[in-house]
Design a binder for this molecule. Structure first.
Ligand SMILES: NC(=O)C1=CN([C@@H]2O[C@H](COP(=O)(O)OP(=O)(O)OC[C@H]3O[C@@H](n4cnc5c(N)ncnc54)[C@H](O)[C@@H]3O)[C@@H](O)[C@H]2O)[C@@H](O)CC1
Ligand SMILES: Nc1ncnc2c1ncn2[C@@H]1O[C@H](COP(=O)(O)OP(=O)(O)O)[C@@H](O)[C@H]1O
Ligand SMILES: [K+]
Length: 582
């Protein structure tokens, strides 16, 4: 996984490199500017040959300093370059000042309000980078023009094609930690943005959150040649793991941990379906079973050895008509579920999709969280009486398989791995008793609405206007929620954030080259809940299950393409697995 940095972490890395004599600030600025020019040519190779015109907008700090370097290098390449400054040249920090002076030896610096983009081929936004600490008033003309360029030149009245906009480090209006626009009292509601963002050393957390991905166009990272010392102590690595935000990427196979490849966990014993876990998806009343069936299909396709849907007895007929490889049993209420869970081979549960929110369902959540006592075994039915509502009605789970250890070992008998989604989340938000029963092998998968119901005070912080940087971010909110819930929280969206109570955090991005807006389709969240449950059944730890499932979910959407409906997601998994070499 790639580490994403906050502005403070980036500064610390830069300052350490300067302090140990590895490089000077001026040299870093030169590398940054050169990297931007190379990125422009890599992005638009047609700009390499010929003479073009650039307008460079520089700000009052080192981001502006990078802009002066870019201006100089493009001019040396033979381009026509105009530079405009936002701020006071006398107050530029030392390295930026040196580059300002170097540029002044080659050309003028205008006042930013005089910037004219007509006939510009490239506009460079070097106004603010990771140093933006409050909103700034974008000069109205600039604001207006930007708006036009970013809408593919609609209403563009210039003489040539509208310019490409390149943001240095980040679009200047955005906070690098949260990806949010820092607000001003400015009334005109236009927004800055870019076709290409060029950042340094590593992507920043904010590049993947909120407004930043849509504003920033494509993202390129320039290596500044800074060595970050390896941490050799285990303790240091643990601390770092809890501070850093990772970007979820292609899963790496760990030969010791559980893997997507179905292999024998016990080399001495032959593998069988129970070696790969048994997921139970609790579903809702007749007419509402689709969501549970989608989750179950997802859990099975992702590799759980067995998957059972547990529905109210009156919904068995409907589900039986729709399920084949997925098994089915009636689960009338929490007591019955507690009895079903006496089977220790059922090692992962999924509750929420299409579940309903009545008394039965609250009882199911309580039982799943280990709150319901297991009642004495029921008396066997009299001969000729209808079947018991906790008996399997389809398929078989007679295996002779060995009971699997629970994922949450050492936490008591109730501590199974549990995914709580949709209606189960709403029930948690209404019942402090259920919320308090959450434990570290639970995974909550709220979308924004569910998150706000569960954590209203945290959501309010996230919704409050972002005025100062670093602004409260979706990462902050998800970490806070996970710490409060005592379990993994996966906060959905195109920027899905996954956090564990110990501070570990990752972003599964469906942006940039992984954009898959067609994934926002009814039922896709149900499939995601099933994917997570399936991986938990396989023995993945909750944080890893959530990250891997979210990544595969987007991969399935990308592999299928537009036109996707939720049913397609599990069916796309085999193709995704083949491409991964699973
Ligand atoms: N730290 C690094 O890793 C490197 C940084 N470089 C560049 O340096 C940039 C960071 O430079 P700075 O720390 O100088 O920060 P910026 O250039 O982003 O901002 C300049 C200063 O403006 C002030 N400011 C913030 N918001 C303002 C507002 N709304 N109105 C007026 N003034 C405001 C702040 O004091 C801030 O420090 C990076 O984004 C990058 O472009 C590169 O030169 C090379 C390496
Ligand atoms: N713009 C988007 N691009 C990619 N994925 C998205 C986007 N918007 C939402 N998603 C994903 O789609 C899924 C929707 O889940 P959810 O909101 O629970 O819907 P449902 O309840 O219909 O299943 C989540 O996994 C979410 O991360
Ligand atoms: K910028």
């Amino acid at each position: 996984m790639t580490e994403l940095l906050t502005a403070a972490q980036m500064r610390a890395i830069e300052q350490a490199a300067i302090a140990n004599g590895e490089v000077t600030g001026l040299e870093l600025m030169e590398r940054a500017g050169r990297g931007v020019v190379e990125a422009i040519f890599a992005e638009w190779p047609e700009l390499r040959a010929g003479t073009f015109r650039a307008v460079v907008l520089c700000g009052p700090g080192n981001n502006g300093g990078d802009g002066f370097v870019v201006a100089r290098l493009l001019k040396e390449w033979g381009w026509g370059v105009e530079v405009f400054l936002y701020g006071d040249a006398e107050k530029l920090p030392p390295d930026a000042r040196v580059n300002y002076e170097r540029w002044r030896g080659m050309g003028e610096v205008g006042w930013i309000r005089a910037a004219d983009f007509n006939r510009a081929d490239v506009v460079v936004d070097a106004i603010f980078g990771i140093g933006l600490s409050r909103g700034f008033e974008i000069p109205a003309a600039l604001n207006h023009e930007y708006h036009h360029f970013l809408r593919d030149g609609l209403w563009w009245t210039g003489e040539t094609r509208p310019p490409y906009i390149v943001a240095i480090d980040i679009t200047s209006e955005l906070d690098a930690d949260s990806g949010r626009r820092l607000e001003t009292s400015q009334e005109w509601g236009g927004e800055m943005g870019a076709h290409l963002t060029v950042t340094f050393h590593a992507p920043k957390v904010g590049h993947y959150l909120d407004s930043a991905p849509a504003a920033g166009g494509r993202l390129r990272v320039v290596d500044l040649g800074i060595d970050v010392p390896e941490l050799d102590s285990w303790d240091e690595r643990q601390v770092r793991q809890r501070q850093i935000v990772q970007r979820v990427e292609r899963p790496e196979w760990n030969i010791w941990g559980p893997s997507l490849t179905k292999r024998n966990p016990e080399p001495s014993a032959p593998a069988h379906k129970f070696s790969h876990g048994h997921a139970l998806v609790l579903s809702g009343p007749p007419g509402h079973g689709g969501a549970g069936r989608l989750a179950a299909r997802g859990a099975l396709r992702i590799g759980a050895g067995l998957v059972t849907v547990g529905c109210p007895p009156e919904a068995v007929a409907e589900n039986a008509a729709r399920l084949d490889a997925v098994m089915l049993r009636g689960v009338a209420d929490g007591e019955v579920l507690a009895r079903v869970l006496e089977d220790r081979r059922i090692n992962a549960l999924c509750l929420g999709p299409g579940l309903g929110m009545g008394e039965r369902e609250a009882g199911l959540v309580a039982a799943a969280l280990g709150l319901a006592e297991c009642p004495p075994p029921p008396t066997p039915p009299h001969k000729g009486e209808g079947g018991r509502d906790d008996l399997p009605t389809r398929g078989t789970d007679a295996s002779g398989g060995l009971p699997l250890p629970l994922v949450g070992r050492g936490q008591g008998r109730g501590a199974r791995a549990v995914v709580l989604d949709a209606d189960a989340l709403t029930m948690l938000s209404r019942s402090p008793e259920l919320f308090d029963a959450l434990h570290k092998t639970c995974v909550l998968t709220p979308h924004a609405g569910e998150f706000a119901r569960l954590f209203p005070d945290i959501a309010a912080k996230l919704e409050a206007p972002a005025v100062r940087g670093p602004a409260y971010s979706k990462v902050d909110a998800t970490r806070e929620a996970a710490a409060r819930a005592g379990c993994v929280v996966l906060f959905k969206g195109p920027d899905t954030v996954i956090a564990a109570p110990d501070g570990r955090c990752a972003i599964n991005s469906a942006h940039y080259d992984r954009a898959a807006p067609w994934l926002a389709t009814a039922g896709s969240g149900d499939v995601l809940a099933g994917f997570i449950a399936g991986l938990l059944a396989r023995g993945f730890a909750p944080f890893d299950a959530a990250c891997t499932a979210a990544w595969l979910h987007v991969e399935c959407a990308r592999s299928f393409g537009p036109g996707l409906i939720a049913e397609d997601l599990p069916e796309e998994l085999p193709k995704v697995f083949r491409a991964l070499g699973v």
